[in-house]
Design a protein around this ligand. Sequence first.
Ligand code: FES
Length: 161
Amino acid sequence: MCCCDCNNNMDKYAALQQVIDELKNEPGCLMPVMQRAQDIFGYLPEDVQNIIAKGLDIPVSDVYGVATFYAQFNLEPKGKYIISVCLGTACYVKGAQLVLDELEKVLGVPAGSTTPDGLFTLNATRCLGACGLAPVIMVNDDVYGRLTPDQVAGIIEKYRN
Ligand code: FES
């Protein structure tokens, strides 16, 4: 039995082709095709961009241009848990940078990266709209406020388990 996930990937490429066939004659179909491709793959790797370009008969630079212009598109795989560390003013003055430094240390990756096990993506963000709880981080939809660096390892451990 095959130990890799090639069958799974085959299904994904077949699903992408189906989306392209379905939408390619619609005006302005590039964004919807890219969105659906990202739903299928979780991000837009180079080969997926190439398939979209070929399928829609447009230069791959057009696909890449849209992928890099709009924040909703990811060119790198994202972790199962997205950690957003607010570096807005209220959080910053309450020590958000120290929390971010600790997260980088505990996870072993810099902000803007995903851990090699694919579990966590660490991002620095603007105000998350919970300034009264500064400093604030979010892990997917969970909000953690009034954080100190010494709480970071425990939070990460909770998701690892
Ligand atoms: S500045 Fe961090 S939540 Fe507003």
